[in-house]
Design a protein around this ligand. Structure first.
Ligand code: FAD
Length: 433
């Protein structure tokens, strides 16, 4: 388990986009890094599907920007629509920059390959099973799983722990997603800061003529999104305002409290047909019904529906981004709605920030206090993005039809900080406070 050639200075828990990006940023700074993931293999589906224009600069630093752009569908405008048609447009970037629509699995594959080239191999089928702060570091137990054949008449295999290793590392980065065990070991709270949103999601082929625009369709109660995807495909995400999954609502806090012990994670199920991650599958006919009632101007005929599922998006924010040797990034620290692809993209910024601070501490005698600044900075950014500091409001030049929908746009803008302020200002919106 793990390379014997170099000491482990930072253990990244989770090989999703944020974990891989953080590991790469650490490795490029000469930090001895290992990445473990309970998944049996990388994700096979596109969940978060776009890189923010400002995040492309992060990939440029790693020499990956052109690779991303070569596999991406470039989106240059965010169209604001309603049932009747187009109402306005937000220009997202200038020059070659764009909102780069790239499948999450393509992105992960690219990052994993770049890591391999730096001598870091992702340890799939490895679970961090125990973790606690120690004097000047973190004690971790990592289990490696293997399939074991059982002597049943019908062939049957089970996953068993093949090897268990205890190690002390200076830093652990919890990029282990919404049920983060690292967050739990930290003792951080993960309160809901808004009600969950449900979306019916469909991916299909269609000659939709979307050009380079992602469309937000603002209904009376709903915010739907139409994405152009690479290869002539589209994704429609329709918000379901009246829908509640009683079972998910009843179990949610229990699931978050349960910490470790999820091997193998849902990524195993990704490869099957249907919703993925055990999600419910929707009828294909409901796609036409949503289009007819919410976006009748969408006249392209959907063919080859490759994904149709119902997804629940919670809105949560960690009470701390870390302490001592344990730090969080990505979905482990925050969850929000899907339209602005904010959780993954800000996770990339957090990963890069964390990697810089950790490298500085390990390699240049930097101060541990800099990690407290990491906590303070990202808590403040996320409080703003979650609308906890007041949200978006209409300025004098905001068009009348958008005024009562202003607050809804905050999680839908593919940006944060000043870049978000600039996008909002194009349609007469400003952040309060
Ligand atoms: C069906 C679906 C649709 C989505 N659609 C959108 C969308 O349209 N827009 C959008 O912005 N976002 C969407 N998302 C959310 C998006 O996928 C996440 O924001 C993004 O994946 C977060 O990346 P991450 O690296 O922080 O975490 P993740 O991608 O969740 O990765 C966490 C990793 O940690 C691993 N792990 C967990 N516990 C352990 C442990 N103890 N030991 C080792 N490994 C562990 C897991 O196996 C996993 O690979 C969607 C998610 C789903 C499930």
């Amino acid at each position: 388990m793990f390379s014997k050639d170099r000491p482990v200075e930072a253990l990244v828990v989770g090989a999703g986009p944020v974990g891989l990006f953080t590991a790469l940023s650490l490795a490029r700074r000469g930090v001895g890094v290992e990445v473990v993931d309970t998944g049996i293999w990388p994700c096979q589906h596109s969940y978060a599907l776009a890189i923010h224009p400002s995040a492309l600069a992060l990939f440029e630093e790693l020499g990956l920007k052109q690779q991303i752009l070569s596999r991406a569908f470039p989106v240059r405008t965010l169209g604001l629509w309603d049932r009747a048609g187009s109402r306005g447009q937000i220009r997202l970037a200038e020059g070659e920059d764009c909102l780069a629509v790239v499948r999450q699995d393509v992105l992960e594959e690219m990052l994993e390959k770049a890591l391999r080239e730096l001598g870091v191999k992702v340890s799939w089928r490895h679970e961090v099973a125990k973790i606690e702060q120690a004097n000047g570091g973190v004690n971790v137990q990592v289990n490696r799983f293997e399939r074991e054949s059982r002597g049943y008449i019908v062939a049957h295999t089970e996953w068993v722990v093949a090897e268990s290793k205890e190690l002390e590392v200076p830093f652990v980065i919890g990029a282990d997603g919404h049920r983060s065990g690292v967050r739990r070991a930290l003792g951080a709270e993960f309160p809901e800061v808004g009600p969950p949103l449900y979306f019916a999601v469909f991916e299909f082929s269609a000659d939709a003529g979307l050009e380079q625009e992602t469309r937000l369709v603002l209904g009376e109660e709903t915010t739907d999104v139409l994405w152009p995807l690479p290869g002539g495909a589209c994704r429609w995400s329709f918000q379901l305002p009246g829908y509640t999954d009683e079972q998910a609502e009843a179990l949610k806090d229990q699931l978050l409290k349960s910490g470790f012990g999820y091997f193998p994670t849902e990524r195993e199920k990704d490869r099957g047909a249907g919703g993925g991650e055990g999600l419910p599958v929707l009828e294909e006919s409901s796609l036409n019904e949503y289009i007819r009632t919410r976006a009748p101007w969408f006249r392209a005929q959907p063919t080859d529906v490759t994904w149709r599922t119902l997804v629940r998006f919670e809105k949560r924010l960690t009470s701390r981004f870390g302490k001592g040797g344990m730090w969080l990034a990505g979905d482990a620290a925050h969850l929000t709605g899907p339209a602005g692809v904010q959780s993954m993209n800000l996770g990339l910024f957090e990963g890069r920030d964390l990697a810089g601070r950790i490298a500085d501490i390990l390699k240049s005698n930097g101060s541990q206090a800099s990690l407290e600044q990491y906590n303070a900075h990202w808590t403040q950014v996320w409080r703003e993005l979650q609308g906890l500091t007041g949200g978006l409001e209409a300025a004098d030049d905001c068009p009348e039809w958008l005024r009562d929908k202003a607050g809804r746009l905050l999680p839908c803008l593919p940006a944060h900080g000043d870049a978000l302020r600039a996008l909002a200002a194009q349609v007469g919106l400003r952040l309060k406070g």
